[in-house]
Ligand binder design. Sequence first.
Ligand code: FAD
Length: 504
Amino acid sequence: MERSSFWEATSAAPEYPALKEDTAFDAVVVGAGFTGITAALLLAESGAKVAVVEADRIGSGTSGRSTVKVTCQHTLKLHTLGDEKARAYYAANKSGFDFVCGLVERNGIGCDFERLPAYVYARGDECLPDIEKEAEFYSKLGIDGGVTEKTGLPFGVKCALVMRDQAQFHPLKYLYALARRFTACGGSIFERTKAQRFERGADCAVITKNATLRSRDVIFATNYPMTDFPGLFFLKLHQEREYAICAKADGLDIGGMYISAQKPANSMRMYRSGDENRLILVGYGHRTAKEDDDFSGYDRLKELLRRDFKTADPDPDYAWSAQDCRTLDGIPYVGPVYAEPPGVYVAAGYEKWGVTNSAAAAMMISDAIAGTGHIDRHIRKAFDPLRFTPAASAKNFLIHTGNVAGAFTAGNILIPEGSYGDIKPGEGAVMRVGAKAQAVYRDTDGKIHAFEAHCTHMRCPLEYNAAEKSFDCPCHGSRFGTDGEVLNGPANEPLCRITERPER
Ligand SMILES: Cc1cc2nc3c(=O)[nH]c(=O)nc-3n(C[C@H](O)[C@H](O)[C@H](O)COP(=O)(O)OP(=O)(O)OC[C@H]3O[C@@H](n4cnc5c(N)ncnc54)[C@H](O)[C@@H]3O)c2cc1C
């Protein structure tokens, strides 16, 4: 089973240059996923001179590793938000949904787009009350859908909640098409250009290795905002990782997109293009660096594939993973983090429902910067990134800060003593070598790579993730490769390499 994203393997990435010289723009967007590319396109269409800087390649973050259901059915979220917030959340996402579908259908964007119903299903009784409560919100909000016992799944369900006329597509084909539209409007994209630092003065400066970009507005579309202040995101966001597999499934048609009501949720969809007919299973999410045991999400998904989808190929040929941020109250943080110009904007916390949320976020940011009027002001208020909503957030705030404090303290105390000799080729560990906590990996040639074992974001002790061969931070979800480089933020600096060798 290849550890790579099916989406990357089935699309041809356009190439954009790295940034080489200082330039001024009206707006700079950091990050080229769904949020960044959509916001950049909307601003460029409104007449602004816009640049996008991307640390890696377009779509190389979570957007290119998603299940890519284009839907306003976000499992069973609406009833948990209460009337007013559910209304605002649904309205924003419906605008995002209409925007994405409209763009694809009006312009004939070739991204394997299909209209399909979305379902949340329950196999047992325990989730039925929540399904009923969510169905009441469908009635209140005029959503086309309701409770049903009929699904296209090859196994029986107790009941399901359907939302009709939703969609799915290929994320990278969509993103590449948007990027081309953006550059056709005069926009600039710089790939392999990491924003290393950011300064806010009379204007904004985004500093990269080779050059600095200046602009009136900066949009952090980096999934986890690059700047924790003044939004205090380190207190309000955590990340969850999830796994995906893709298998050939000739002749199988499940007639929609599905997610289980039970947790951890399992999500499923088909992908059809030409002769290709495939099943994609996604699930077994957990807080980053908090996997229960060594039986990885991939193994569990394979088990699910073999048990429940007997006509699909039992040996998936693609497997990948990704992570997304969660907020304290279930609504993303979107908008300006300063009241006065120069403007700094963030968009984060889509809780694995980022296709419609990112389009809504891009519209809200474009409204705030260019007065484009896509989304009502009172709806934008519900997404205010500076909000703290004690009633809705207190419990999750305590859980999050408790987790961070626990990980920080226990991680530091419990790092085991070890020696490089304990590490076999292709394996890694976090251990105390002499007086120092070290993140250690031995490559397949036997060479040791050792780093300080603390996250460069807020100095939390790291954990080794054997399934993905990475060093992960249990506090805020940063991840580092076995070469010490950042795989996922909020950390922006690589791990500090240790070159002394006390022993072998
Ligand atoms: C397993 C999984 C399945 C999902 N399935 C669905 C689904 O079916 N439907 C749905 O609606 N949503 C889904 N989501 C959620 C959705 O994919 C995300 O919310 C969305 O892709 C986030 O987009 P983004 O642009 O904000 O972030 P990203 O796509 O992560 O983009 C951020 C970009 O910023 C870049 N970057 C970071 N730091 C810097 C820096 N310092 N300088 C320059 N660039 C930087 C990164 O390289 C990256 O390309 C899923 C998420 C996961 C994890």
